[in-house]
Design a protein around this ligand. Structure first.
Ligand code: ADP
Length: 466
């Protein structure tokens, strides 16, 4: 039995059959019990009426036993025409048909002696007061003339009553069968509904295994299976995106390597062929291209180390303000050239943070370098530090070009450059990706916000306290 739907089907069916069976047995048992009680109650009332009428007619219990004896005999034989039947006309039974079988009651006179008996009691047997207390007194007016006592068991059922019980049993059986059929149908529907998304998921996973990334499965419910399907869809989309990024990155690396290599290759060929004369300017161009290549290779190495979690950090305690001032001093000259006001604003008394000073300066330097590039002349850039709960937040705020909302989610991606016209310049499009990896290696987070194009950008570094 390998299929989950078969297992579910059998489990549902087994459970519902058990429920139906139990309910039927209980219903039948209660019906029989109630029926017996009702029959006994009726027989009790009939007997009480009959003996009361007997006593009223005869003034004593003499002959009562014979009366019942004859009555039961005449009931067992079909009455002949003209046969008077009983010695006396049968006493009227209140609200019930006469019973075909001897009634299970005994009659005791005022003195405690049995005057009409059914086994195991014998006529003339003396009944103790205790026993009498269990019976029903027979009263004529206010005078107690005897006691009737049930012998315990209900009288056997009449043919009519037996038929009624049989019909009830049949109805129970039919309803049990109908319920079991409905349960079977429902089980099939439930089992199929539950397993359908799983079958779809399995198909989608197999398709992924064969290299078809980005497949999505329809989410049909909000339950755990629906959540599983959503999680799968998310994973599938992420994988497809990661794969797309990987391809893009390979293409970008190839592109970024090709430009400087072809420049260097062209110069080397022309110089060796004597087409070009070697001069310092030409060597300088080649040196720049080699530096660009070295830079790119170093960036890729840093990223791959960070990806593998193997980036070695040489953490040392340093005041946030010192870190910001060191970074600002590196860019003072460039800022002055663009008449950009570069300032440091650190909350006083901030605790020290434990960071790799060189790596953190690289991160901040990257952010300030970008800010200088995207801020027009006369703008301003602020390096700030403040405390928020158990974190120190360093930020680089500029009032430059800003970042469009559709660009913002992508700026930390590798090789992402919003301005594609700048491709091939010294910027690799890896700067923010590396900065983010370095901050995350420190256990922090790097985020960017911008009010929109032309309204400046803010890059924030959340770092835990040392
Ligand atoms: P690049 O080497 O091209 O600068 P980065 O990873 O450093 O690559 O930045 C990615 C992109 O983020 C940039 O192309 C630019 O569009 C955007 N960006 C980064 N910093 C800023 C900033 N301060 N203001 C506006 N845009 C920015």
């Amino acid at each position: 039995m390998r299929s989950l739907s078969t297992k579910l089907l059998l489990a549902f069916l087994g459970l519902s059959l058990m429920g139906v069976g139990l309910a039927s047995v209980l219903a039948r048992w209660t019906t029989v019990q109630e029926f017996d009680r009702l029959v006994l109650e009726q027989a009790h009332n009939n007997f009480l009426n009959e003996v009361t009428v007997y006593y009223q007619t005869h003034g004593s219990w003499v002959g009562v036993s014979e009366y019942f004896h004859q009555k039961s005999q005449s009931l067992q034989m079909p009455p002949r025409p003209g046969d008077p039947g009983n010695l006396r006309p049968p006493p009227q039974n209140v609200g019930a048909a006469p019973r075909q079988a001897p009634v299970p009651f005994i009659l005791i006179d005022q003195n405690g002696y049995v005057v009409h008996a059914v086994p195991p009691y014998r006529p003339g047997e003396y009944m103790s007061a205790n026993k009498l207390a269990q019976g029903t007194p027979i009263k004529i007016g206010s005078q107690v003339v005897g006691t009737m006592l049930a012998t315990g068991s209900a009288p056997p059922l009449s043919e009519q009553e037996q038929q009624y019980l049989d019909r009830t049993n049949q109805a129970l059986l039919v309803s049990a069968l109908a319920t079991a059929t409905i349960a079977l149908l429902l089980s099939i529907v439930v089992a199929r509904t539950l397993t359908k998304p799983m079958r779809e998921l399995t198909r989608a996973i197999r398709a992924m295994a064969q290299g078809k990334l980005g497949v999505a499965v329809a989410v049909r419910s909000r339950d755990e299976i629906g959540e599983l399907t959503s999680a799968f869809n998310q994973m599938s989309a992420d994988l497809a995106r990661a794969n797309q990024l990987r391809r893009q990155m390979t293409a970008d690396i190839a592109h970024d390597l090709r430009t400087p290599l072809s420049v260097i290759g062209g110069y080397v060929e022309s110089l060796s062929d004597g087409v070009l004369e070697p001069n310092p300017a030409r060597f300088d161009v080649m040196r720049q291209q080699v530096e660009h290549l070295q830079h790119l290779v170093e960036d890729l190495r840093t990223l791959s180390l960070a990806d593998a979690g193997e980036l070695k950090l040489n953490r040392q305690r340093i005041a946030p303000q010192t870190l910001l001032e060191q970074t600002a001093s590196m860019f003072e000259h460039q800022a002055a050239q663009k008449q950009i006001m570069l300032r440091v604003e650190a909350e006083p008394g901030l605790p020290e943070i434990a960071v790799d000073e060189m790596r953190m300066t690289q991160v901040l330097g990257n952010l300030v370098g970008n800010a200088l590039r995207y801020t027009p002349n006369g703008g301003h850039i602020t390096l700030a530090a403040k405390r928020h709960a158990q974190k120190i937040i360093l930020s680089v705020v500029d009032n430059g070009a800003g970042i469009a909302p559709d660009v913002l989610p992508h700026i930390f991606e590798r090789f992402y450059r919003a301005d594609t016209s700048r491709q091939g310049e010294s910027e690799s499009g890896l700067g923010l990706a590396i900065a983010k990896s370095l901050v995350e290696a420190h256990g922090g987070a790097l985020t960017a916000t911008s009010e929109g194009v032309g309204r400046g950008s803010t890059f924030s570094l959340d770092l835990g306290l040392a």
